[in-house]
Write a protein that binds this ligand. Structure first.
Ligand code: FMN
Length: 328
């Protein structure tokens, strides 16, 4: 895999962490950086929330020097609000790429004309104007994250990519599903190949890449410039290291053992505790911990325990129990 340039920002081996609301906060990105992730991205932040100085949203932008380059993702439903939100982000600074969310399928977001609502054929002119307006005032490269289109009947990824390129966007990540597919159904990678052939800016493929084999398959089908990984690395951050190593040197890194997964899980919790305190960290890890046990036999009872834990000491006890049972 060759290096890419996002405008003039060089990314050596473009394996990119997908933005995930509620997950890709500073703590999780910090963990992924330790697994050699070349480019990480924040959770999406709302243009209105930024404009009104929402404290929780501003806190979502926490970063430090260890995780750069950093991409910050903005979502919004109109040119005016996106520009306003982007201006707040630029005044805060601390990131190298501004990514615009044009793919979120969630009703709450789409209802506000944001996320994948931008992919509707009826909005193409408006889309061009909005993205160009953001590009025109941006001191950093602007990228976009999209889907194949609104629904099966209106797959328009090629025309959307052309519009975004002409508006001055420097890279496009494409989730190989339509809005109406939400997160299920087989990704249609062949459309990403068509998009790649239609523009000159880097194209990144996304959707269901959860192993080295799958990554190679998606690259073969699409001939894209890089890959974006979301759920596949959740609970298995070693996947990022495996992909970066293979695509930079051809080297093969073994899958994580359960012991290594539990070590990663503990780090995830500790970083989250540092960021948000024990109470919130435990509450979030109730849902996240079981991802670290995925694929290992006889771990169901621990998953159940994680979902009902109430304190750090309970969390650490469950981790300890998993390790102790392994050694028997
Ligand atoms: C819990 C969750 C939260 C997500 N939040 C965002 C988000 O904030 N912005 C975005 O562009 N995509 C978001 N996505 C979509 C992912 O970035 C990605 O496109 C999708 O999960 C498909 O890739 P994957 O199969 O590698 O996970 C989210 C996905 C999940 C599962």
């Amino acid at each position: 895999m060759k290096e890419i340039y996002i405008k003039n920002l060089k990314i050596e081996t473009p394996i990119i962490l997908a933005p995930m609301a509620g997950i890709t906060n500073f703590a999780y990105r910090r963990l992924l950086k330790e697994y050699s992730c070349p480019l990480v991205e924040t959770e999406m932040v709302s243009d209105f929330a930024l404009f009104y100085g929402n404290k929780e949203t501003i806190n979502m932008l926490k970063t430090d020097e260890s995780e750069h380059p950093l991409s910050v993702q903005l979502f919004g439903g109109s040119k005016e609000s996106l520009v306003k939100g982007a201006k707040v982000l630029f005044s805060l600074g601390g990131f190298e790429i501004l990514d615009i969310n044009l793919g979120c399928p969630v009703n709450k977001v789409v209802k506000e004309n944001a996320g994948s609502s931008w992919l509707k054929n009826s909005r193409q002119e408006e889309l061009y104007e909005a993205i160009k307006a953001v590009v025109d005032i941006s001191p950093v490269p602007v990228t976009c994250k999209i889907r194949l289109g609104w629904d099966e009947e209106s797959i328009n990824v090629v025309s959307i990519c052309k519009i975004l390129e002409s508006a001055g966007v420097s890279m496009i990540s494409i989730h190989a599903r339509t809005r109406s597919m939400m997160y299920s159904g087989t990704p249609k990678y062949e459309y990403i190949k068509l998009a790649k052939q239609s523009v000159n800016i880097p194209i990144i493929a996304n959707g269901d890449i959860d192993s080295l084999e799958k990554a190679k398959e998606v690259l073969d089908i699409t001939s894209v410039d890089g890959l974006m990984i979301g759920r596949g690395a959740l609970g298995n951050p070693n996947l990022i290291r495996q992909l970066v190593t293979y695509f930079s040197t051809g080297g093969i890194i073994k899958d994580s053992t359960l012991i290594e997964r539990v070590e990663a899980l503990k780090k995830h919790f500790l970083y989250l505790e540092e960021l948000k305190g024990e109470y919130k960290a435990i509450s979030e890890m109730r849902g996240l911990s079981s991802h670290y046990l995925k694929g290992f036999n006889d771990t169901k009872k621990y998953r159940v325990k994680f979902t009902t834990m109430n304190s750090k000491s309970q969390f650490l006890d469950i981790c300890q129990e998993i390790l102790a049972n392994l050694k028997q």
